[in-house]
Ligand binder design. Structure first.
Ligand code: PBG
Length: 306
């Protein structure tokens, strides 16, 4: 099976390892800057192809899409907007584009949680069922990699099972396998319309102070059939990457999340640092820590420098 992000042999930063997040939002008619994230916008469906084309010309290839539908759904089952977006991207750009789709329910559920909940408690079977419908739809539309970020127990296992049942045996899963509950997700949640209401995400995201739980979470996802693992936020997980790789022998990447990235931009805007230098420095550290790929909102700003 083709590996889009193989285990790296050197610590050198390269453009092949960069993944650019992208937001498509059904609620908007023209592009909208995302607060704190520099040249990152939410795009309406009508201009997303143009935006991607521009990035491809810069030398980017890998994109992680967050698709935000207009309507919230209590029991999510309609992923037709997602389907249309993915289909049009793959029809237009084919293999020039490696298309990763963030697979979660937080932009759809009325309470902004990553699963379906009743009385502040996640219902796991309902959640898995909806995630499975979503992921199947994305694969049918042409997604290259399914990236479940919900962090519910056994999601990777469930997805692998239904992919096998639906003749998607070769489907690739990038699991957000070690994902902490974090204060660094702020700018993202505005763009994804996914700020949690009623209770926080600590029942399904990891506590930052428990190293063995954090490593175990990636090991479990590897055993359940993930092809790629991830630590997130990058800055609070740098020390975990090597051990996860040693335990699982799987490629493991780092997600420089919205709040981390925004902090670089803020330093720059206050005249306290230079954005491009700060970005390079932080990405080189992920690389030194042996991240095999890096998801960063700054990918388009540095790709031509690599
Ligand atoms: C949730 C999800 C989150 C991010 C990616 N997927 C936020 C969360 O868990 O609340 C954060 C990414 C970022 O901050 O850049 N599905």
């Amino acid at each position: 099976m083709k590996s889009y992000f193989p285990i790296k042999k050197t610590n050198k930063l390269s453009k092949q390892m960069l993944i650019q997040p992208m937001f498509v939002d059904q609620r908007i008619k023209s592009s909208k800057k995302i607060k704190g994230l520099g040249e990152n916008y939410s795009w309406p469906q009508s201009t997303i192809l143009k935006a991607v084309e521009k990035d491809l010309k810069k030398g980017l290839r890998n994109f992680l899409f967050f698709i935000v539908p207009k309507e919230k759904q209590k029991l999510p089952e309609d992923f037709s907007f997602h389907y249309e977006v993915i289909r049009s991207l793959k029809t237009q750009f084919k293999k020039d584009l490696t298309l990763l789709i963030d697979t979660c329910l937080c932009s759809i559920t009325p309470d902004g949680h990553c699963g379906i909940s009743h009385n502040k408690k996640i219902n796991l079977p309902e959640t898995h069922y909806a995630l499975g419908l979503a992921a199947n739809t994305y694969l049918e539309a042409g997604a290259d990699i399914i990236a479940p970020s919900d962090m519910m127990k056994d999601t990777t296992k469930y997805l692998r099972k239904i992919f096998n049942e639906n003749n998607f045996n070769a489907a690739q899963i990038m699991s957000y396998s070690t994902k902490f509950k974090s204060g660094f997700y702020g700018p993202f949640r505005e763009a994804a319309n996914s700020t949690p209401k009623g209770y926080d995400r600590s029942s399904y995201q990891l506590p930052v102070n428990d190293r063995s739980k954090a490593i175990q979470s990636s090991i479990i996802n590897a055993a359940q059939g993930a092809n790629y693992l991830m630590v997130k936020p990058g800055i609070t997980s740098i020390d975990l990457i090597q051990e996860i790789k040693a335990e699982t022998l799987l490629p493991t990447g780092a997600y420089q999340v919205s709040g981390e990235f925004a902090s670089l931009k803020l330093l720059d805007s206050q005249g306290l640092g230079k954005y491009r230098d700060l970005l390079m420095e932080s990405l080189n550290v992920f690389s030194r820590a042996k991240a095999d790929y890096i998801i960063t909102y700054g990918a388009r700003d540095i790709v031509s420098h690599l």
